[in-house]
Design a protein around this ligand. Structure first.
Ligand code: B12
Length: 290
């Protein structure tokens, strides 16, 4: 049970088998060989390899100190993102998961606050827009790397076949990192997730819902959202969704500020709350077409 193949280690860390072999050949990741010459890895060696990587990341020179008070994990996530270190971010997520931290916790408690601190640094003129872009792109790439691993191995009979979920940011909204995190959590919960990303025109989305209704539609809006436009867009989407029985979930500061919502729309303040209320709180109501 404590011995892993090259492929298992690669899947766990979100890297290719060739990368794992390169690390083991370089001696940074310990392995032993079977009589047939295949590499095998002990879990404790993989853990200590990950711990070494964390220490390296914390030792690297900081670009600028955090603008807010951060925990060790948030600092590490911030540093990896600012360095554009996608491998490091994937390892960070893998390490936390090995420690039993759920994906939604990793996003809510570490990566989200790390990104928001970067925004504060930018606001205070301590970080440039370019640095903020590097960090954002690294998070997007990390999520893309982690996703296929969840699609292959993350499903349990309990969650398999939840149906299709669409994820979108409406109108002028370009802040889609939280949405991508939502998409990954939904994938891990057994949804086939289609990521529409930023700047989706509400009219187009309404047509998409009517033509091919998903079980779930997730929307995210940042503090920058134009509240009047968001309210009008949500009204349109909620009525299109109600007509085909699609459940709508929303989150992010933008939506917080336009409550109350149409009856088929539920707002969540975090990913942990989403998982807890939507997937761990017993059977869901039947899908209804009005
Ligand atoms: C990264 C970033 C960008 C990137 C976005 C890249 C991308 N692909 O997303 C880029 C560079 C494009 C950008 C652009 C701009 N940005 Co910007 N940006 C940010 C930053 C630093 C991080 C946002 C983020 O991703 N946070 C991490 C996520 C995970 O955290 P979160 O949003 O809080 O989400 C959590 C919960 O709310 C919840 N959640 C959120 N959505 C949902 C949805 C569902 C369904 C559920 C269940 C849960 C959920 O779960 C998440 C995890 O815990 C913020 C800083 C901040 N404090 O928000 C500024 C920030 C939002 N931006 C800001 C500004 C001003 C801008 C620009 C106007 C800058 C400019 N002059 O061009 C433009 C506007 C673009 C536009 N039209 O939307 C301001 C907004 C201020 C305001 N009140 O209006 C902020 C707050 C920075 C600041 N401190 O001033 N930005």
């Amino acid at each position: 049970m404590d011995i892993l193949s090259t492929r298992a280690v690669a899947e766990m860390l979100g890297v290719s088998e060739a990368t794992v072999k390169r690390w083991s050949d370089a001696g940074t990741l310990r392995c032993f060989r079977t009589p047939g010459g295949h590499r095998k890895f002990r879990i404790r060696d993989v853990k200590s390899f990950l711990a070494d990587q964390e220490t390296e990341a914390l030792r690297a020179p900081a670009v600028a100190p955090p603008a807010t008070e951060l925990t060790v994990e948030q600092r590490e996530a911030r540093q990896l993102a600012l360095a554009g270190d996608v491998d490091g971010l994937v390892s960070f997520v893998a390490t936390q998961r090995l420690k039993g931290v759920t994906l939604s916790m990793i996003f809510d408690r570490y990566l989200g606050p790390a990104m928001n601190d970067i925004g504060e640094g930018w606001f205070q003129g301590k970080l440039s827009a370019a640095q903020e872009h590097i960090a954002s792109a690294a998070i997007v790439d990390m999520i893309a790397r982690v996703r296929p691993l969840l699609e292959k191995s993350g499903r349990s009979p309990r969650t398999e076949g939840n149906g299709r979920a669409l994820c979108a940011c409406l109108g002028e909204e370009r802040h889609d990192l939280a949405l991508r995190m939502v998409g990954l959590v939904l994938t891990a919960e057994g949804f086939r997730t289609s990521m529409l990303g930023a700047n989706v025109p509400a009219g187009d989305l309404a047509l998409l819902l009517a033509g091919s209704p998903p079980e779930l539609l997730a929307l995210s809006a940042s503090p920058h959202a134009n509240l009047e436009a968001l309210r009008a867009d949500l009204a349109l989407i909620a009525s299109a969704a109600a007509a085909v029985g699609t459940r709508v979930i929303v989150g992010g500061s933008g939506f917080e500020r336009i409550a109350p919502f149409p009856s088929n729309v539920t707002r969540f303040s975090s990913l942990e709350e989403l998982v807890e209320r939507l997937f761990r709180a017993g059977p869901q109501p039947e899908r209804q077409v009005s």
